[in-house]
Design a protein around this ligand. Sequence first.
Ligand SMILES: C[S@@+](CC[C@H](N)C(=O)[O-])C[C@H]1O[C@@H](n2cnc3c(N)ncnc32)[C@H](O)[C@@H]1O
Length: 179
Amino acid sequence: MNVVEAREFWRKYDDMERRLTRPLTDRMLELGGLIPGMNVLDIGTGRGEPAIAAAQRVEPAGEVLGIDISEDMLQLTRDRASGEGVTNLRLDRQSAETLDAPRKHFDVAVARWSLMYLQSPALALRTITRALKPGALMIAALWTEPERAGYFTLPRKSENCRSIFKRSGKATSREKSGP
Ligand SMILES: C[S@@+](CC[C@H](N)C(=O)[O-])C[C@H]1O[C@@H](n2cnc3c(N)ncnc32)[C@H](O)[C@@H]1O
């Protein structure tokens, strides 16, 4: 899937994905004890999860900073936030490992399904810690490292198999039965 296809895919399935994963978002924000006035940092915010829901919980005085390396994902979030009338969410294209954020500023950091994609989670955790107030909480939802997560590696493996078959001149069964 290329960048344009990915963008179209998420625009199409955003509502469904949001609905299905809402219980996790709610649980993370409950664990974080979010209340109006808090400042929240969302690492790898993607399509605005859980940043938008967090912004709604901490308004009007609280703010959320959502960071992601993908400008396409951030644009989806911008569109969604403006559609929902959210004005206390700032979105920055940044990498967690080199986070540029005010020190000791955030009451809670959240990272939903993003830590395992980072090149250096340890480095990112150090930069995140610097941005947190003393006693702040970090709530993360993640699965295991990529090598042990079939969800993450299977598409790559099947892609590798296809290219090996192609190089050897043998088509995969799916390609053989195709039109
Ligand atoms: C599976 S998505 C999760 C998005 C969202 N938090 C959610 O729960 O739907 C992982 C996100 O992490 C972002 N990401 C990957 N590496 C990153 C990094 N080094 N710094 C910040 N974000 C990163 C990706 O661009 C992607 O949007």
